[in-house]
Design a protein around this ligand. Sequence first.
Ligand code: PLP
Length: 424
Amino acid sequence: MHAGAELRLGPTGPVSTPIFQTVAYELPSTAAAAGIFDLQVNGHAYTRLNNPTCDVLEARIAAVDGAPAALAVSSGQAAITLALLNLCQHGDNIVSSNELYGGTWNLLAHTFSRFGIETRFVSPDDPKDFARATDERTRCYFGETLPNPKLQIFPIEEVAELAELAGVPLVLDNTLLPMVCNPLSFGAHILVYSATKYIGGHGSALGGLIVDSNTFDWTRHADRHPLLTEPDPAHGGVVWTSAGSTLDSSLGSSPYLLKARETLLRDLGPCLSPFNAFLLIQGIETLPLRMRAHGENARAVAHFLAGHPSVAAVRHPSLSDGYQADLLRRYLHGNGGPLVHFELNGGQEAGSRFIESLRMIAHVTNIGDVRSMATHPASTTHAQLPVADQLAAGVTQGSIRLSVGLEHIDDLIADLTAALAASG
Ligand code: PLP
């Protein structure tokens, strides 16, 4: 709530973070301008690189995860793209969990492969598969803390240990669990978020965030990370691991994010609009309360569905046992998160009837809103996949995904009860 407050400085001392709706900033002198462009002093020159409203959002998410630095960008997809392109070039590879959001899977499997960056997909069920798939051109490990629709918690510590041994950072997408789980405290090095979801919460603005713990030792593994440890012609021959020592705040405390900002954000241009940064700041101020309430409602919904005769199976971490129950306690402090996945006995037709009979819960292929939302993956998000691939992703013809919102639990149960009756 308060992190970055010092950055909203102004003669009138505004309490709410102002929107700095400006593209450019007047430079005090040519010498000062040269200092900014040379990465010697902090400053603002052009909003594609940084903006005071975005600076506050960056400080807030860094504080949430106890990290020294963050970078705000235009969407979750932009965050993942920049986080990985900052480490990899043509000929390199990424070892990634095969349980990913579909957009990320497309990015890695198709778009990155056209850039000459290979992704080796492995199952997080056996963390050692990450090590087995690693070779001398591997530049990072990637996964999602709580991938959907499987909703199986990622084995953070196990894979982080293997990443340290291999000399690569573990990058995790923590979109579903901001403030519920802090993967940095379990050894992950870098986080990405679609801020569009729970960080905003209102479903009014797209945004993405990259958070760097600055705990990965790039110079110790210099041979693997030449993009950070060798002179970079993309910025006047700077060596990023030695850059930024005279800069204050987050700019100077993460060579990794300084490089991402000063080369990839500069060149590819997916900057966050100050207005969207303002909207996301409104969301982050109530994040802990909302995440707790999402988790409680989702748990109650999951337990209600598990006892319903029209429901064949329910997935939610609060229903797990064994190793997953242990991870729920260790990593998520018992909060199983906001998503519930369940399967209707009646297959595709029951799925369609259920969705069409909902009155309060919206039919939307999105997650992370304060409003509850339901999706029938077999006819929407997974419709283009062959049935075998749908099954491998944990989607059956009667599967329903619920993004459980903050409505009163009695209203949620009433809407679900009526739609389940109509589905049979
Ligand atoms: N990561 C996860 C886990 C997501 O669910 C999504 C979007 O649904 C994204 C990334 C992409 O985020 P955005 O839509 O903000 O680009």
